[in-house]
Design a protein around this ligand. Structure first.
Ligand code: SF4
Length: 481
């Protein structure tokens, strides 16, 4: 059996995946190997995922962003699902989770894996419920069968809800919002009905063996994550975290890569505490957080409430951020929601990388600021996180080509443009001129590829074309060298 990334790393081998990751992150391949060997970073790379462009998740690397896609009973067709994958990759998702619960799950999952340059994650429990018909009818054999099938299909990482135990359930009784994780609620219902321990916990070593065979990475699900600020950091959440720490070490003992999922809804003053506790309890295994939302009051804007928490979590050491869209709590996201969610999370990830002083992370900010001060509108649009949006917002009021040379925009107007006034004052008076010619060279920046514009430039030639995107340029193919 071939070695997993962590087994190879422990044996001192730098794999081609580590080489590629080192190139993308601008790091020494040996450093990548050390981080993987120590379980401090993961390279989710199922050996059957041929279209993958390997990436790494770890607190010492650029912060990554995951987007969830997937069908439901009400929306389901292959073309739409591939379009969602394309949208997510286009707007900069570093990994994509296929959380489909509708029909044709196998066909859609296989198409996602065939077409995706980014790691694909799944939650096998959802398919188990679908096949069994109800949570209580799930069997251990069915769970193992589905996990093995998905591993053979090429899924790079799977959320496994093995950390929620029967003894944890009473700890949720006083909560304001109970158990809000889908997987958690399913396992809780199963345990209540059967009066037995969580089957995923009981067969965890067998799951490890399947994962080791195909090199699937664990994403240990936080079934008892808080669904409201009132429930954050309670006994139930932290009791499960202790079990996730135990399972992390079991996974490592089996030569399997592990990351750990985290909350949810957490007030700002407790975000760092959550990250530090997970890092301590799980011996530094990468923390993959959903948001967290820092207030419960803003349905319709939860990409913002959660991106605030996500930025704080990433600054405190979270390695990957699971995006939240404006539709959170309200409905299945549409394409514009995916775009808005990813923009919010790419901002959170980048802001944390700048705040953590990752080498070169701020170069992108500097380059854009220079273009802005120089009134180089086209360059400013090109460097923007979402160039199409920046261009279209500008052109709503000043659409003419001549305004691409203008020393003002419609925000302050020509007379009150502070940057124009500042430049004139420097020309006419004592203040020194600000020279723009020695601008930031992003090509020479040591920043990781995900921290340089444009985002969303993964290998995309295999993806279906985007439909009806005005002004949308085809994505660039990275060179093979
Ligand atoms: S008009 Fe105001 S917002 Fe527009 S470029 Fe000048 S200073 Fe900036």
């Amino acid at each position: 059996m071939s070695k997993t990334q962590i087994q190879a790393a422990r044996d001192g081998t730098v794999t081609p995946e580590m080489e590629r990751v080192a190139e993308r992150e601008n790091r020494d391949p040996e450093y990548v190997r050390e981080q993987v060997a120590a379980g401090q970073a993961v390279i989710p790379a199922n050996r059957h995922h041929d279209a993958l462009d390997p990436m790494i998740i770890g607190r010492e690397f650029a912060t990554k962003v995951n987007a969830n896609i997937g069908n439901s009973e009400t929306t389901s067709d292959l073309e739409t699902e591939l379009e969602k994958l394309h949208t997510a990759v286009h707007y900069g998702a570093d990994t994509v989770m296929d959380l489909g619960t509708g029909s044709d799950l196998d066909e859609i999952r296989e198409a996602h894996i065939d077409h995706s340059p980014v790691p694909i994650g799944t939650v096998p429990l959802y398919e188990a419920v679908k096949q069994a018909g109800s949570p209580e009818d799930i069997t251990t054999d069915l769970l193992l069968e589905i996990i093995e099938k998905q591993a053979e299909q090429g899924v790079d990482y799977m959320t496994i809800h093995a950390g929620i135990l029967a003894e944890h359930l009473p700890l949720t009784d006083g909560r304001k919002t109970g158990i809000v994780s889908r997987g958690g609620s399913i396992m809780a219902k199963w345990m209540e009905e059967h009066g037995e321990q969580n089957p995923l916990y009981q067969v965890f070593p067998e799951i490890c063996e399947i994962f080791a065979e195909h090199d699937v990475t664990f994403s240990l699900g936080d079934s008892l994550r808080p669904g409201s600020l009132a429930d954050a950091c309670d006994e139930a959440q932290y009791a499960e975290l202790d079990t996730l720490g135990e399972l992390t070490r079991v996974g490592w003992d089996h030569g399997v890569q592990v990351m750990v999922e985290g909350p949810g809804h957490v007030p700002m003053h407790k975000v760092a505490e959550n990250v530090e506790r997970q890092q301590d309890v799980c011996d530094g295994a990468p923390f993959y957080v959903l948001g967290p939302l820092v207030t419960d009051i803003a349905p319709g804007y939860d990409h913002i409430t959660s991106a605030i928490g996500a930025a704080m979590a990433a600054q405190a050491g979270a390695a990957m951020l699971c995006y939240v869209t404006p539709k959170e709590h309200l409905g299945l996201p549409e394409e514009d929601d995916v775009r808005d969610g990813l923009a919010a999370y790419r901002i959170a990830a980048h802001a944390a990388d700048v705040g953590n002083e990752r080498p070169g992370a701020r170069d992108w900010d500097d380059a854009l600021s220079e273009a802005r001060y120089n009134f180089d509108w086209r360059e400013q649009f090109d460097l923007a996180l979402d160039p199409d949006r920046a261009r279209s917002f500008h052109d709503q009021t000043l659409p003419g080509d001549n305004y691409k040379e203008a020393r003002f925009c419609s925000m302050c107007g020509a007379e009150f443009c502070s940057m124009r006034i500042d430049q004139d004052a420097r020309e006419d008076g004592e203040m020194e001129a600000i020279e723009g010619e020695d601008g930031t060279d992003l090509e020479a920046s040591p920043a990781a590829a995900v921290n340089r514009p444009p985002v969303g430039t993964h290998r995309s030639g295999d993806l279906p074309p985007m439909a009806d995107h005005e002004g949308d340029e085809p994505l660039e193919e990275p060179s093979d060298d």
